[in-house]
Design a protein around this ligand. Structure first.
Ligand code: SAM
Length: 349
């Protein structure tokens, strides 16, 4: 126990540890170390970002997907999913409503839907840019070509979220069908950064077949890649996927890793994700207290929210819903945090 506490202290001081020490920090974690890391992470985050949480309005614009990720509820082979895509008008009215509520970042997330050609998506991005010039536009639409990413950036997109899912190529192969490639995923992330996006990567905690040494690889990859944003949340099974019987990831390990990530990458933008809020009551607030500083309430039209079911029981109501920002404000104020009405750009250079 003393050994792992010493490692935690070293991590808080040096913002890094050798891989074997990170491994021990994960495998031999205990409540005392978790509490120490959580307090250090939270204090560090507060020194950098203050007691403010950035909000992003999440617009789930399509649940059509050409991919077949074994974990995901909107995978191509799930015949039970009721498919939808939003029109440009619907997307714009989400942004308009969000702007009124105080959102200054919109995240357009969706499956890899070939309907959204560069032309169509660029038109939408340019319209949002025209509608709210003072907002950040984040895309999360999967892998596209370098040229496509560049055109979308030129059209006005500032940020892109593309989780790497796992930094271990073999593990990647066990989570995805052969049609998907680890190298392509990594190349896409490098393209995004090179083009000038504020870039986000990330992974699921407790995804099937994940081991502690794979998590160490994720941490090492992220530290070297230098993302502006990192999304992590527990893996949660979905009944109509090949992983329906797999065990869920835990809030406990997710919170622990949020603290470790904050300490390793002090300035990174780190959301307390919907999956974390779904796996345990108060998960999102616990995430903020563990070093996260972003939440992404759902701005999608009410009628489609239940259709963007990545995993069973995904939350989209209560303070997860953008229109109930007051509820979120209350729950954050109870833990001493306010909501920042600003774009909330990354401080990572
Ligand atoms: N298609 C885009 C992509 O691949 O980046 C964006 C949408 S994708 C559904 C967004 C993220 O949801 C994925 O990166 C994955 O980590 C997460 N996700 C999918 N299924 C999940 C599950 N069963 N549990 C937790 N997270 C899941």
């Amino acid at each position: 126990a003393k050994k792992v506490m010493d490692l935690a202290v070293r991590l808080a001081e040096n913002h890094d540890l050798p891989d074997d020490a990170l491994y021990t920090l994960i495998t031999e974690r205990n409540e005392e170390t978790a509490l120490f890391l959580r307090n250090e992470a939270r204090a560090l985050c507060e020194r950098i970002y203050g007691r403010f949480v950035y909000i992003r309005g999440l617009i789930e614009f399509t649940n059509y997907c050409k991919n077949d990720c074994y974990y995901c509820g909107i995978r191509r082979s799930n015949r039970e999913a009721e498919r939808y895509r939003l029109t440009e008008e619907e997307i714009l009215s989400c942004c308009e409503a969000g702007y009124g509520l105080g959102f200054r970042t919109f995240v357009l997330q969706g499956g890899e839907d070939p309907y959204f050609t560069d032309e169509r998506l660029c038109t939408i991005v340019a319209s949002i840019r025209g509608l709210c010039p003072d907002c950040a536009i984040t895309l999360s639409a999967g892998e596209r070509s370098h040229d496509s990413y560049r055109r979308l950036h030129d059209a006005g997109a500032d940020r892109y979220l593309l989780r790497h899912e796992t930094a271990d190529p073999c593990h990647y192969g066990r989570l995805h069908p052969e049609s998907m490639s680890f190298d392509k995923r990594m190349a896409a992330l490098r393209d995004l950064k090179e083009i000038g996006y504020q870039t986000g990567c990330g992974f699921m905690v407790g995804s099937p077949y994940q081991t502690a040494s794979m998590i160490v690889k994720d941490l090492r990859f992220m530290k070297e890649f230098g993302p502006h944003m990192i999304g992590i949340g527990p893996f949660l099974s979905h009944k109509d996927t090949p992983f329906c019987d797999m065990e869920n990831g835990t809030a406990e390990l997710t919170l622990y890793l949020l603290s470790v990530i904050r300490l390793m990458m002090p300035k990174v933008l780190l959301p307390a994700t919907t999956a974390l809020g779904t796996v345990t009551e108060g998960g999102r607030e616990a995430g903020i207290l563990s070093g996260a500083n972003v939440v992404m309430p759902n701005l999608s039209p009410a009628g489609v929210r239940k259709k963007y079911m990545l995993y069973d029981n995904k939350l989209s109501s209560g303070s997860e819903a953008a229109e109930s920002l007051e509820l979120l404000r209350e729950s954050l104020s109870k833990i001493g945090y306010g909501i920042a009405v600003s774009r909330g750009d990354s401080l990572v250079i």
